[in-house]
Design a protein around this ligand. Structure first.
Ligand code: ATP
Ligand code: MG
Length: 441
């Protein structure tokens, strides 16, 4: 992408309404525009990151055996009356009436709808297990939308739903999602700690929240700090195998949010030197709730015994749009965002220090072509801004690498390659810089 043709409205001033760093940086970096309280337009730079986060979530869901579909944002109120949640959900639900006076709602979650789909097609235990997911916008009319995408009213969520014949199989589905969550957050450069959690309006007894530690997190958390060093299951994880050892390693040490914190147990189980009190951001939550929806909604299958059994269900949410903010909270400095490579909106920023100079332009084009061919998604700053402003914008938008090309260097046959994360700089011939970036010149 050439910056001259892109749409990147960076702001020089810090917007006063933003209280936390990720919100400030997303507004300044031209990623996001508020259209109403808690409702945002994702500008092109932000949209590229959102898509990358979404894709990592999708890949890890697919690997764990979940199957993608897409359900609508609008749902019939009658469906929610079947589970009894239409009245219970309260003011957070956005209720809508269509021209035929039919009651609809903008879905805050999808347990009812997926149960309706399941019961229409699946009738035998032989078709189980099944895990269906989608990545779709949700609406919750939060009392206090704030912190930008962290607590929006409209937000993008991945939600998966598992169906099994009995509780033991249901727990194995839960374990697979648990492991997939450890992996997907790690792939975005985050260490998300699973913590025992309350189940809230979703229901059930077994639940974990996945929490990223950050000073700006909304809830206080208490954990055994050794959890920060536990190994993440690798690429070769076998979802068909028994995952109990992984689950035990990750649920053994004490970790809880303030809602369920038990100080006496914490002190009993965690040596004082290992106790860590911090704040955290909830980026995902997994639930096992058995027949809470399948029973009232008659999502039943015939078992091997010939009898009908309500499916044993779980649901598994990831806050895709919240994650973009959480990643920034975890990775930034005074100059701006520092994207982990896996979610960066572009892989390399090429800075042309003197656009219009034929040698600079030619070298930038060579770099741009080579990096594009190598799949490194370069962003070429080919504008006529002064160098200082270009450097500031590049640091602000936080691409992992900056390739700086100017007339003085070129006269000596060199360019500069800067790593955004640590500011490390090398001066070297363009060909070598491109090789380092994995692009043949
Ligand atoms: N208002 C919101 N804005 C952005 N993301 C959200 C919001 N509410 C929930 N999420 C994300 O969706 C995921 C799954 O939804 P879940 O029903 O568990 O949310 P929740 O527990 O109500 O969230 P919270 O406690 O933060 O209100 C959450 O883990 C979170 O990452
Ligand atoms: Mg939750």
């Amino acid at each position: 992408m050439r910056l001259s043709r892109f749409f990147l409205p960076v702001l020089k001033q810090t917007p006063s309404e933003a209280q936390i760093v990720s919100h400030r940086l997303m507004l300044r970096a031209g990623m996001l525009r508020q259209e109403a309280a808690g409702i945002y337009a994702w500008l092109p730079l932000g949209h590229r990151v959102l898509r990358k986060v979404e894709q990592i979530v999708r890949e890890e869901m697919d690997k764990a055996g979940a199957i993608e579909l897409l359900m609508p944002t609008l749902q019939l109120a009658d469906l929610w009356r079947e589970s009894g949640r239409y009245e219970a959900y309260g003011a957070e639900m956005l209720r809508i009436t269509d021209r035929h006076e039919r009651e609809l709602l903008y879905g805050p979650t999808n347990e009812e709808m997926i149960s309706e789909i399941f019961r229409a097609y699946v009738h035998s235990y032989k078709e189980l297990p099944k895990n269906l997911y989608h990545i779709q916008w949700k609406f919750r009319d939060e009392q206090r939308p704030r912190f930008g995408v962290m607590r929006g009213r409209e937000f993008l969520m991945k939600d998966a739903y598992s169906f099994d014949i009995d509780e033991a199989a249901g727990r194995r589905s839960y374990d697979r999602m648990f492991v997939a969550y450890l992996r997907l957050f790690a792939r975005m450069g985050l260490r998300a700690i699973p913590m025992k959690a309350e189940t809230g309006p979703i229901g059930g007894e077994l639940s974990h929240e996945f929490i990223v530690l950050a000073q700006t997190g909304e809830s206080a958390v208490f954990l055994d700090r050794r959890m920060l060093d536990l190994p993440i299951p690798g690429d070769d994880v076998d979802y068909a195998a028994d995952l109990t050892p992984v689950i035990e390693a990750w649920t053994g040490p004490y970790a809880a949010t303030e809602d369920v914190h038990d100080e006496a147990r914490y002190e009993r189980e965690t040596p004082e030197a290992e106790r860590l009190t911090a704040r955290g951001i909830e980026v995902g939550q997994v639930f096992f709730f058995g027949d809470k929806y399948s029973k009232p909604m008659k999502a039943v299958v015939t078992g091997a015994d010939g009898a009908e059994h309500p499916a044993q269900m779980g649901s598994y949410g990831v806050g895709v749009s919240r994650l973009v903010g959480a990643i920034i909270e975890a990775s930034h400095d005074e100059a701006g965002i520092i994207w982990p490579d896996t979610v960066a909106p572009f892989g390399v920023g090429i800075v042309n220090l003197r656009a219009g100079d034929s040698a600079c332009d030619a070298a930038c084009e060579t770099a741009y072509d080579a990096l594009t061919r190598a799949g490194r998604e370069p962003l070429l700053d080919d504008t006529y801004e002064r160098p200082g402003a270009k450097f500031a914008s590049m640091d602000l938008i936080g691409l992992p690498w900056q390739l700086i090309i100017g007339p003085r260097g070129l006269a000596e046959g060199v360019v500069e390659l800067k790593r955004r994360a640590d500011g490390d700089r090398q001066t070297l011939p363009l060909g070598e810089a491109l090789s380092l970036l994995g692009a043949a010149p």
